[in-house]
Design a protein around this ligand. Structure first.
Ligand code: FAD
Length: 391
């Protein structure tokens, strides 16, 4: 019978899955689909970051937590990534006077990990390529696609186009998803996006005498109510400091001396650690970057297309869960594929049903933590609550 034939041949081998976007979630997703035996192709607009000289993009490092690790474990990647991560057992709150007070993330022995974004992306792409049924295409930017036929058009930098058809299109093309544009044209698709007034800027704190300039196993926070700075450790013994501040405040600082004045007032303990000259120049290297929160629903169209990662839910970074939630999307989809026997016509609606409320909750929590981290973490109320809720 057909069903026994499907069991023995594995019906997934016949079907083609195209993952649009080879960022963190797209690369991991390729591993999930490849492991199930689908014919997988990934199309990424940028060049292969494993060959690129300069990797442009967002944050240099990220906090990997339990959700993300569970998904990595499923494709056998947990140890590889964890071994190159730096455990952060607690937040380290820096007061204006330079006093440092740790606030643990959980119970003794629990921690989140600081991981290098570029390395994580490279490792996941390399892992995806180990599957013979996976092909990675770089320098392919999605231009247009049809939800009716599954036909996609990609543009290459030499001006040529490539057309390809898939049984399932997985939109992992980030917060400004080209896949999602087709969703927006359809009836009963809910969509909202909110830019927060804050921007972010990254600054590097170099090692001192070959050692970390601050205690490495912490996520350092300088909460200053309307703005804040955080710092996460890197394997090369640097810290990446991220300053989060309203755009209008970023714009008020226009000279090197004003940068120092500002740091003197709010982050005096970091000046000798980052260095006066570095501060004066690095502040002006790149403009502050915007942060957006995007919610939408449903996450699928028929049995043809599904959104995952930032394409489905861009969140503000204050809860450290954007990538982790995107990784969890892959795992949740995988579980539904098992439950519903890889039938896209039932798997996709079920994925929307279970996943939308959870991802919207993460977006709300991230927005809440936007205030928590820069203001409440300063207060006695917070110190009291951490004993009660273990936050
Ligand atoms: P992306 O990483 O944006 O990847 C999308 C990919 O699609 C890119 O490679 C892009 O080139 C490609 N693409 C785009 N358009 C097209 C197209 N038309 N055709 C083909 N390819 C295309 N998350 C955490 O979990 N922990 C943290 O600590 C954390 N810190 C953060 C700090 C900052 C400052 C920011 C901004 C974010 C942070 N995040 C964090 C969130 C995290 O960066 C994102 O959630 C994560 O990158 C989402 O991965 P993604 O693969 O969905 O999207």
């Amino acid at each position: 019978t057909l069903s026994t034939m499907e069991e023995t041949t594995g019906r997934s081998t016949k079907r083609k899955v195209v993952v649009v976007g080879g960022g963190l979630v797209g690369a991991l997703n390729a591993c999930f689909f490849a492991k199930r035996g689908f014919d997988v192709e990934v199309f990424e607009s940028r060049e292969d970051i494993r060959k690129a000289k300069v990797v442009n993009g967002r944050s240099i490092n990220l906090a990997l937590s339990h959700r993300g690790r569970q998904a990595l474990k499923h494709v056998g990647m947990e140890e590889k990534i964890v071994s190159k991560g730096i455990p952060m057992n607690a937040r380290m709150i820096h007061s204006l006077s330079g006093k440092q007070s740790p606030i643990p993330y959980g119970r003794k022995g629990q921690f989140i990990l600081s991981v290098d974004r570029a390395n994580l992306n490279k490792e996941l792409l390399t892992e995806a390529e180990t599957y013979p049924n996976t092909k990675l295409n770089f320098d392919h930017k999605l231009q247009d696609w049809s939800a009716e036929t599954g036909l996609m058009t990609f543009a290459r930098s030499d001006g040529s186009n490539e057309e390809i058809k898939a049984d399932l299109i997985v939109g992992c093309d980030g917060a400004f998803s080209a896949i999602r544009k087709q969703f927006l044209r359809r009836s009963r698709f809910n969509y909202s996006q909110t830019y927060i007034p804050h921007g972010y800027m990254e600054l590097t704190m170099p090692p001192i005498n070959g050692e970390f300039a601050m205690k490495p196993n912490y996520l350092h926070i300088w909460p200053r109510n309307t703005f804040m700075m955080i710092a996460l450790p890197n394997l090369d013994k640097t810290f990446t400091c991220t300053l989060f501040m309203p755009f209008e405040d970023f714009e008020k600082i226009t000279t090197g001396d004003e940068v120092i004045e500002f740091f003197q007032k709010y982050f005096p303990d970091t000046i000798p650690l980052i260095g006066v000259n570095a501060l004066k120049t690095d502040y002006f290297r790149l403009p502050a970057q915007a942060m957006v929160s995007i919610k939408c629903s449903p996450y699928h169209i028929g049995d043809k297309c599904v959104l995952m990662g930032d394409a489905a839910h861009a969140v503000v970074p204050f809860y450290g869960q954007g990538m982790n939630a995107g990784f969890e999307d892959c795992l949740v989809f995988e579980e539904i594929m098992d439950q519903l026997n890889e039938d896209f016509s039932t798997v996709l609606p079920e994925y929307t049903r279970v996943r939308v409320p959870d991802d919207h909750a993460i977006a709300d929590l991230a927005m809440y933590n936007y205030i928590e981290m820069r203001a409440h973490v300063n207060s006695k109320w917070f110190l009291f609550r951490k004993h009660v809720d273990n936050i």
